[in-house]
Design a protein. Structure first.
Ligand code: NAP
Length: 375
């Protein structure tokens, strides 16, 4: 199931705190940065905060600029994005500003929490997600039922920590404010726990008055059959590589990337690269690695077209090369059509050997793009 694009947004002190412990909200951003946040809010379909932030800050969470609201309306959107909160307990203040400003509101909660939300007369749609709150179900519901394609998450730390650790954040917009909190009882942006092993990708730094905005993208592939946000990024890279292939009337143009569990790119390849008229993308990428590379068994192969199951140009098809390399996870955009080989089923061959193969059909059109003349 596709999820919305999830953008985490937060401001922190130099010592990594989201707030202090006084009852008033600590203002970390500069004036111009609050305006930038308003602009980001105006660009999304929904904004989510945790119940803890409603209790601590009593925010209204609006698009404040009338011009930005007018642009949304002109584009056929509601003036304000959908406001979303999560609460396991359902123990929310019915008088909080969140419910009485802006447009539509939804509370994702547990079965018990939904009873409490309704009993309290909270002015929002209460959606129970079972006995526990499941983030994947929440994102699916936002996407499929509410039509949310871009979701901005504005904290607090409990929410950001879960989304990042579960591989569900596409982007982190982090503002560093030039002040210290210095109180160990104050809330931190990220709690302890298992984050991705390697480095995130820094995509932008921007000075905004006296604060700095850093934008990062997580890089680590998902685990097993569950897709992570970074899987989408890497599959998009594979689709872009397919466009680099020398054109052919007799073979597909395909791109492939191999990524270690910690998000390090190990190798990439594309069809017919380096003057080899028959080399396949996965084959070209694997050939750049030492077969004994200890990172391969936990790596993910991203390929714009599913790895081939049969081929006449070389003794081993790509599915076999992947199995021999010990790779246990493949993400692809497009199942092989019958154009050159009937009933090719690289996915079946791999899954029969215990490899997790994820097909993300939302990338199929991109994978097909350099192959239109063959279809
Ligand atoms: N500087 C910034 O950019 C920024 C932004 C936002 C917030 N903040 C600060 O962050 C602090 C609040 O952060 P926080 O971590 O305490 O709260 P939070 O992340 O806003 O919300 C936590 C609450 O959300 C619900 N929740 C989260 N995950 C859940 C799950 N898996 N299942 C069920 N319920 C779940 C629970 O609500 P129930 O308790 O109702 O079950 C939980 O207590 C405040 O001090 C605020 O000022 C700062």
């Amino acid at each position: 199931m596709p999820y919305p694009y999830v953008l985490l947004s937060a401001a922190v002190s130099l010592d990594g705190y989201l707030d202090d412990t006084t009852p008033e909200r600590l203002l970390l951003s500069s004036r111009a940065d609050f305006d930038r946040v308003d602009e980001v809010r105006a660009s999304v379909d929904a904004i989510l905060i945790g119940a803890g932030t409603i209790r601590a800050d009593n925010p209204r969470l609006l698009v404040n600029s009338p011009e930005r609201r007018a642009v949304r309306v002109a584009a056929g959107l509601p003036p304000y994005p959908l406001k979303v909160t999560v609460s396991g307990s359902g123990d929310l203040d019915p008088a909080a500003n969140f419910w009485h400003t802006g447009g539509e509101k939804v509370v994702y909660t547990t079965e018990k929490g939904a009873e409490r939300v309704r009993a309290l007369g909270i002015a929002a749609d209460a959606v129970p997600l079972g006995p526990e709150l499941d983030w994947r179900r929440l994102l699916e519901h936002l996407h499929d039922v509410r039509g949310v394609r871009r979701l901005m998450v504005e904290g607090g730390g409990t929410i950001h920590t879960q989304l990042l650790r579960q591989g569900l954040a596409d982007e982190l917009q982090l503002v560093l404010a030039p002040l210290f909190v210095g109180d160990p009882a104050a809330p931190r942006l990220f709690g302890p726990g298992g984050y991705q092993g390697g480095r995130l990708r820094l995509v932008e730094t921007r000075r905004i008055e006296d604060v700095v905005l850093n934008r990062y993208e997580p890089t680590a592939p998902g685990a097993g059959p569950l897709p992570a946000a970074a899987d989408r990024h890497w599959l998009a890279v594979a689709c872009e590589l397919a466009a680099d292939c020398p054109p052919s009337e007799t073979a597909f143009s395909v791109g492939a990337v191999i990524v270690a569990a910690d998000g390090t790119e190990l190798a990439r390849g594309h069809s017919r690269e380096a003057g080899d008229p028959v080399v396949h993308a996965e084959e070209a990428a694997l050939a750049k690695l030492d077969p004994a590379d200890p990172r391969l068994p936990a790596a993910t192969v991203y390929s714009s077209l599913e790895p081939c199951a049969r081929r006449s140009s070389r003794p081993a098809p790509c599915a076999r090369l992947i199995l021999d390399a010990g790779v246990r996870r493949v993400v692809t955009a497009w199942r092989e059509p019958d154009t050159f080989v009937t009933e090719a089923d690289g996915t079946g061959l791999l899954t029969a050997q215990g490899v997790d193969v994820l097909v993300l059909p939302e990338y199929e059109e991109r994978a097909k793009e350099p192959n239109r003349h063959l279809l």
